[in-house]
Structure formats: C-alpha cells, structure tokens
Write a protein that binds this ligand. Structure first.
Ligand code: DGJ
Length: 738
C-alpha cells in the first residue's frame, strides 16, 4: 500500500513508484516534513527532525525546551503564522480576540483507499478505489478552535501526490481565515531553479527559469482568474537539470482564480514552498461549525528531468482530471468562424463555410462571437443570450439543421460570466455586475463581469443558455471569458464578506460549469479566455480542451505550445490552422507548417474556407488525412520536447511516442534558414534503445532506437515551403518499430 504509518516513530510514509514523502509527528505534536524526493526504503529520517543550524535566538517551545527544536527552523509540514515560525505561512486565522496567531498540532489520522471529491470545486479523481490511497492528518489550534485537516492522496503510478486542506471552526465564535494555502513544503536546501510560465494576451506561457535566492520569490495572480500573466504552475528543478536529467518537483494548482505560488529561502538555506489562493484578495468568515476547503494542489517528483515531469503530469491529467466522453474519444475536427468572419456573418455565410469545409473533411462548424442580442462588435449584448435575428434570419434551429443536413456538427460560443452595459440584461439588472457603490466601474473590452456569487444571477444566465441549447442540436460549446475583475464588490454580500467575492466568483463559475457538463454530457466544452488566459487544471476538469492562444501564427505558437506543455497535455491545447498573413503578427508561413504545428493540439481551422487561396484549399484534404492518421498517437502517446525556441529560435522539434514504443511521430520546423548549413543533426527521444525502427518512407533502412537517440538523424536544409524559401518550413517523420 502506498501509505504506511509507523506507530513507533509516529511517521507517515507516502510512496509512489519512484518517490517517497515522509511526515512525522514530533514532540508536542508538531508535524514535521522529514523527506520528499526519490524513493527510499526507510520510513524514518531522523536527521531532519532537528534542523538547528544557526538557530541561536530562535524561539523555542517552552515544553520541548532548548533541545534543538525551534519552529523557526524546523521543517514544519504546514507552517502557520505567529508562533515561532517566521517563514511564509500557509495558514493565518484571525480569532475572536482579534489576533492572527495560528498554531496547529497533530490530533490523529485516517488512511483509506480512493479519494473524496472536494465540495464545490474541481479536483483530480480516481477511476477505481485501488488507483490511489488517501491520508487525512487531523490537527487543531487549541486556542482558536480551528480544526485543520491535511489531505494527501497518493497516485503511485504517476508519482503524484495531491494535497488540499479543510479548516473547520469547532469553537463557539466566528473566525476569519486570512490565508489558507493548499500546500506547504519545506525542502532542506535551496539548490533549485524556479521555473514559471509568464505571458500576456497572444503570448501565453513563456518559460522563465531563475535561481532561487534568499527571501521570498514566486508568482501570483490578482486578476480574478488564473490569468495569462502567470500560470498556477511552478517547478523547482535541481540546478543544471534539463529536459532529460535531474531532480524536478512540479506543483500545479487545480484552481481558476487568484493564486500564489511562493518559495522562501531562509538563513539556513532551506526552502519553503507554498501554493494556494492568493491571500491579499481573500478573506473568509467562518461561522461556528462551518468548514472551508482550499483547492487542490498537485505535486509530482521525478529524477528524470523536466520533460519527465511534464509527461507525468500529462498522463495524470489525461487519466485523472479530464472527464466525459471526449476524455478518450477522438474530438470532432472543427472550423471556427472567428478569424474567418469576426462579427460579420449571417446564416448564409456560415452555411457556406460548412458546405465547403464538409467537402474537405471538416466535421464541426463553430459559430463564434456575434450571434446574440444585437452584437455587431464587442461593445454590446453580453448577457442577452437570445438569437440576433437580423443575422440569423431563419433562427438558430434552421441554421443548425442546415449544417447538420450537410453532415456537419454544430457548435456555439458563449461568454456566460459577462454583461455589456449596452444589453437588456444590464438595463434590467444593473446591480448584477460586480461593482463597488460610488466607484466608477472600469471597462475592459467594453464589458463588466457578472456577480457569480449570486445564485439568482447564475440561474438566470443558465436559464438563457439552456433555452439556446435545447432549441437546436448543439454538440460543442466554446466558453469564453474576456476580462479581468476590478472594483470587486457584490450588491448582496454583507460588508464583512465582501472580500470573499473573489473566491465565491470562482465557485460560481464552477457551479455553472458543473450544471452544464452534467446536463449536457454529450457536448464538447472548450474553454477560452481571451485566448489562453485561463489555462489551468481547474478548467481542465470541466473542459477537455482549452483555447491555447489568440495568436494562431505557427511560429509564435511554437513557444506558446512548448510552454503550455510544461504541465498541460497536448490533447488539451486548442490549436487551429489560420489564414495568412497571420492576423496577430502579419507573418506568412507555409500552409503545411501551420498544419504541423496545429497537429500538436486539438487541430482545426480558423479561416474563411471559401476565400483562402485555392492551393491552400486543395491542401486541406491531405492535411486532414495526415491529422487523422496521427491523431491517436498524438492523443495517447508521450510528448517529448526536442527543440526549445526559448533558447534557440532557429528551429524546433518534438515527438509523440506510443506508450509501447512501437511508433513515433517526429515533427521538425526549420524556423530560420541559416547560411552554410546543409543539415541539422537531431537526436530523437523516448524510443526503445534495443529495438529497430524504420521511417515509413524508407522501409528498408532499419536503424536502432539507440542510434536514433544517440547518433541522431540528419534533417537536410529545407528550401521551399509553399513558395517561401528557407524560413518556416516543416517536416514530419514517422518511425515504426520493426
Ligand atoms: C477571445 C477568443 O480568444 C477568440 O477566440 C474569440 O472567441 C473572441 N474572444 C470572441 O470575442
């Protein structure tokens, strides 16, 4: 069993296939972290208990005395605020006396098979009870009456341990939680680089790697959503590690709102890492008897480098986070109207897209923004989820039926969390927008955000959505979210609960997504947020795919998709072939390259198929055939990053390798042609060293996995990609095991 309790040493040992995590109950019921790293057989690592170096003048517990233990220096499992531990804390509760000193001690534990859901929030799940085991460690702050449960679920096969906490108020007074991190981890050294994903609109998830330094460092979002500026992901990678080598810890928060992921390195050169809801925009009044749950954090450890960390998370999310029929089923190949027409469409235009696309092999037409209220630009109608009859003259059902008659599925766009000042909804319910009385409301893309903490608001929006969904055969939804939260106040929450709104908003979004996916399990839900501004594990729980970025340029996408693959499966990345010059960067790239890059993700088209150059249109059937041929391998195989545009922007390459190593798809992009270079030698990854492979087009040339991975292959310089010379050409190779 992956979780052991040793009565003698009062130690919990959590084992995955390749890692161990050890927690001990120390004197005075302090809970200490004794180890997290590669698998070890011992269940007790006493050396870490007494971490005393340089602890002179550190506060000591009066009962334990000066025997070398201090909360200031001990590896506290879940650090609290104000009782001798000065590092960044995981928990802070203001009690009835008004002070915020919090100090939790061990009271008991429970171990069971499987895993419980977290009330009202997305979380990873087990497919069967034997897949994982859960440990609950019970603690209490005896002064304030806060009962804190630390949850750990061990998924041995993925080397993953998930964590979250619950705070229960067992006192007879109210208390206020000011900070409740989902996890806290004390590591005995600070020889790590912190890897994070920063960005902005159309430039999401750039990889940043920095050396840990003394003090606090990390990433946060205070934008109301997980955001594109930082992602709720951090890796702590051993110095010198790379995609193939070195110890790496990965942390990801299953949450779509404000977050903090912070590391503090102290005078002992140890590291504390905390991750959870961002505290500055959080406060929660907990009445006597009530409980509060923090969202789930995912931890993974590997000795196999950053690439292996990514693959473990990919496999884990594909198996234990995404849900519904499209978790495993092939997704319909779609064409989306946004870059094809923006707001300028009517039913005839959409039907013409569908007709042409169907002929070429596309399976689903998505009607993006602009079909509702009186929306002709982005300055109106959000919240008016009824059909804009001027555009769709025959109504929605007529349009969908026509598309269906062509043999195509139909999908639709919503932005359910928003309200335009110019909308019927706003006229009827101006107080439904998140706002603060007396303060001018900041506009962002001409819209406000609905107060999703209010059930009547959610019910009303859902009622409108339901009417639309029940009126026609809709098989796909794109759920968009195009602004950040400002002037965050609710017309109905009492003053003492106003700061709960940030979190209540996220819970409201989850509630609606839950209703939608429960009521319409056949619908494929794709998340989106001004491109990829809410690409997080919380959203992956509801939607198996998320639009990765509004930047559809194949070359820009190389970095965006590479960064996204740090922790998120390729299967989740919304990626389309669009027209050129590209609408975001104005670049021309070969149609073939656009296809190869979109094949990393969900694949689809986002162009006016009736107007693109004939040669591009002619290329689509073969491109779709190629996509269909490799889609299973892309969906179920392991992803290996080979090139890295963040380090060398002249080329990129990656691979999908079947789990049983029987085949591999290798993709290469020659980003910039370089002088005096006839070919480039690229080493493949992830193959079976002892096996022999051949490239599909050269069946007689057998070559060992070892040679492919160690000697590599030569990619000859490419000259002509769709009339473009030298730059932006691409190539794929299919290796099959003999
Ligand atoms: C932002 C999205 O990222 C786009 O794909 C598109 O759906 C627009 N919103 C529509 O307003």
């Amino acid at each position: 069993m992956p979780i052991f309790y040793d009565e003698k040493t009062k130690t919990f040992k959590l084992d995955t296939d390749n890692s161990s995590y050890i927690v001990a109950v120390y004197d005075e019921n302090y809970i200490l972290n004794l180890y997290y790293g590669a698998y070890i057989p011992e269940s007790y690592v006493p050396d870490r208990e007494k971490r005393t170096t340089n602890a002179s003048f550190s506060p000591v517990n009066p009962v334990i005395g000066e025997n070398g233990f201090s909360p200031d220096t001990a590896p506290i499992e879940y650090g609290t605020h104000g009782a001798g531990d000065f590092r960044i804390s995981a928990l802070e509760i203001i009690n009835k006396n008004g002070d915020s000193i919090t100090d939790i001690r061990y009271t008991g534990y429970k171990i069971y098979n499987g895993k419980k859901e977290i009330q009202g929030m997305p979380s990873t799940y087990v497919n069967n009870e034997s897949e994982a085991q859960t440990l609950e460690i019970y603690t209490e702050d005896f002064v304030t009456g806060a009962e804190v449960t630390l949850y750990y679920t061990v998924f041995p096969e993925y080397d993953v341990i998930t964590r979250h906490i619950k705070v229960k108020n067992v006192s007879s007074d109210n208390m206020r939680i000011e900070r409740a991190m989902s996890m806290c981890l004390d590591l005995p050294d600070m020889d790590y680089d912190m890897i994070t994903l920063y960005g902005c609109h159309a430039k999401e998830r750039n990889i940043e790697r920095r050396r840990l330094a003394h003090g606090v460092q990390g990433v946060e979002s205070r934008r109301g959503s997980s955001s594109n500026t930082q992602n709720p992901f951090v890796a702590l990678a051993q110095r010198g590690s790379d995609d193939e080598h070195g110890d790496v810890y990965g942390f990801n928060l299953v949450y779509s709102g404000n977050f903090s992921a912070l590391a503090e390195c102290d005078f002992n050169c140890t590291t504390r890492f905390v991750m959870g809801i961002e505290p500055q925009t959080f406060s929660w009044l907990l009445n006597s008897g009530e409980s509060f749950y923090a969202p789930e954090a995912v931890m993974v450890f590997t000795m196999g480098g950053i690439g292996e960390m990514s693959r473990k998370l990919h496999r884990f999310y594909n198996n234990n986070l995404t849900r519904g029929r499209y978790k495993t089923e092939k997704r319909p190949l779609l064409i989306n109207s946004w870059e094809a027409a923006y707001f300028d469409f009517d039913e005839d235009k959409l039907i013409s897209f569908a007709r042409e696309a169907k002929k070429l092999g596309v399976e689903l037409l998505v009607m993006d923004d602009g079909w509702f209220g009186h929306r002709d630009s982005d300055n109106s109608s959000l919240g008016d989820w009824f059909v804009y009859e001027k555009k769709l003259k025959g109504g929605l059902k007529y349009l969908v039926d026509e598309v269906n008659k062509l043999g195509m599925k139909f999908g639709i766009w919503f932005e359910p969390e928003m309200i335009s000042p110019d909308s019927e909804l706003y006229k009827a319910h101006p107080d439904w927008a998140i706002q603060i009385k007396g303060r001018p409301l900041t506009l962002c893309r001409e819209q406000y955000v609905l107060d999703y903490s209010r059930k009547e608001v959610r019910d009303h929006v859902y009622g409108m959505m339901k009417k639309i969904l029940d009126s026609a055969n809709i098989e796909y939804i794109k759920w968009d979210m195009n602004r950040q939260l400002t002037e965050v106040g609710s017309a109905t929450l009492p003053a003492e609960r106003q700061r709960e709104l940030w979190h209540r908003y996220v819970l409201g979004v989850y509630d609606l997504m839950d209703r939608l996916t429960t009521d319409y399990p056949h619908i494929l839900l794709e998340n989106c947020s001004g491109g990829g501004a809410r690409f997080d594990p919380g959203m992956l729980y509801y939607s198996p795919q998320i639009w990765c970025s509004d930047d559809t340029d194949a070359i820009e996408r190389l970095k965006i998709q590479h960064g996204t693959s740090m922790c998120y499966p390729c299967l989740a990345m919304g990626a389309h072939v669009s027209d050129c010059p590209n609408h975001t960067v104005g670049r021309n790239t070969p149609f073939k390259t656009r296809g190869h890059v979109a094949m990393v993700g969900t694949f689809g088209y986002e162009l006016d198929v009736t107007r693109i150059p004939q040669e591009d249109r002619d290329a689509i059937p073969a491109q779709i055939e190629e996509f269909n041929k490799f889609n299973k391998l892309v969906r179920t195989g392991d992803h290996y990053r080979i090139g890295n545009m963040f380090e060398d922007n002249t080329w990129d390459a990656w691979e999908f390798v079947a789990k049983d190593k029987s085949e591999a798809l290798f993709e290469f992009v020659q980003v910039l042609g370089r002088p005096n270079e006839r070919s480039r030698r690229i080493k493949l990854k992830g193959l079976e060293a002892d096996a022999y492979y051949y490239e599909e087009n050269e069946p007689d040339k057998k070559i060992s996995g070892a040679a492919l991975m160690n000697a590599g292959i030569n990619i000859a310089k490419m000259w002509n990609g769709d009339g473009l010379y030298g730059d932006f050409c691409s190539k794929i190779l299919h290796f099959i095991k003999v």
